[in-house]
Design a protein around this ligand. Structure first.
Ligand SMILES: [Zn+2]
Length: 99
């Protein structure tokens, strides 16, 4: 039986947050997509759930980065933020609270 490596999940969470941060500021969409993919794969490998703000950064159908006006359109409808992905033409809805 293969012995499992112990991994400090705090460090992995920091890496994932850093990758999403880099994807947010990257001008080249292809590079931003690769940052998002790497962050997702890392989170899946170490079984770390993404935060709510991180989940809103990419399309849940084609996993491309969602950047309003560039790769997606955002509308508010019935208490939800509706993201329309230009690449795969899928709608993704996230609820928001009015404050
Ligand atoms: Zn998409």
């Amino acid at each position: 039986m293969v012995k499992k490596r112990s991994v400090d999940k705090v460090l992995v969470r920091k890496d994932i947050a850093r990758l999403f941060e880099l994807a947010g500021v990257e001008k080249d969409i292809a590079i931003a997509d690769s940052h998002v993919n790497l962050a997702r794969k890392t989170a899946m490998k170490f079984q770390i759930p993404l935060t709510a703000s991180q989940r809103r950064l990419y399309c849940h159908s084609c996993y491309r980065i969602l950047r309003p006006g560039v790769t997606c359109r955002v509308r508010l409808y019935k208490g939800k933020q509706v993201f329309y992905c230009f690449a795969c033409k899928t709608y993704t809805r996230f609820p928001y609270s009015k404050k």
